[in-house]
Write a protein of this length. Structure first.
Length: 172
């Protein structure tokens, strides 16, 4: 997993050597106010695409850990609120459901406390295929009042990058 901020190139400058990541970060720089829509925004054919999602953060018990087979996730919080993403090493989990057609594997919840990353507007996290299990769109503070800055509607971008098309030496 990689974590950073889209305005701090030092957190991702090494990824720009790969043309797919370079195009993905360029698209992010150009899309400061993206419009949510059902279909993905094409960036590079079937290799790179972006979804803009509007959602309400959910409690931990309403989510499931997931990984992907073919696509790396580059998730960016647009805001206005923050997002909690629960993370785990997929090798330590048991599979609940696997769908190669949908490019997703879901996992049973582990019996231990999970780690989390917190995305504020502009922060990103990159999840590697089949390694980095993640449960996005969680409430930052479950004790917060409904509708406050930690639980209200949020906007994010999820860029899908085909792993097999990336430079094999790239460190995610």
């Amino acid at each position: 997993m990689r974590y950073g901020h889209i305005d701090s190139q030092s957190t991702f400058h090494d990824l720009l050597a790969d043309p797919l990541f370079a195009e993905a970060f360029l698209w992010l720089q150009e899309q400061r106010s993206p419009t949510p829509r059902a279909e993905p925004y094409p960036i590079i054919g079937n290799e790179v695409s972006a979804r803009v999602i509007q959602y309400t953060p959910q409690p931990l018990d309403h989510g499931v850990l997931e990984t992907h087979h073919d696509y790396v996730d580059l998730q960016v919080c647009v805001g206005p609120n923050s997002e909690k993403i629960v993370v785990a090493d997929a090798a330590e989990l048991t599979i609940k459901e696997d769908s190669i057609e949908r490019d997703v594997t879901f996992y049973n919840p582990p019996r231990r406390e999970l780690e989390a990353v917190f995305l504020s507007p502009g922060n990103f996290a990159i999840f590697d295929t089949e390694k980095d299990a993640h449960m996005p769109q969680r409430i930052v503070n479950p004790e917060a009042a409904p509708g406050d800055q930690l639980t209200g509607q949020n906007l994010k971008i999820v860029i899908k990058i085909r792993k097999s098309a990336l430079n094999a030496n790239l460190k995610l």
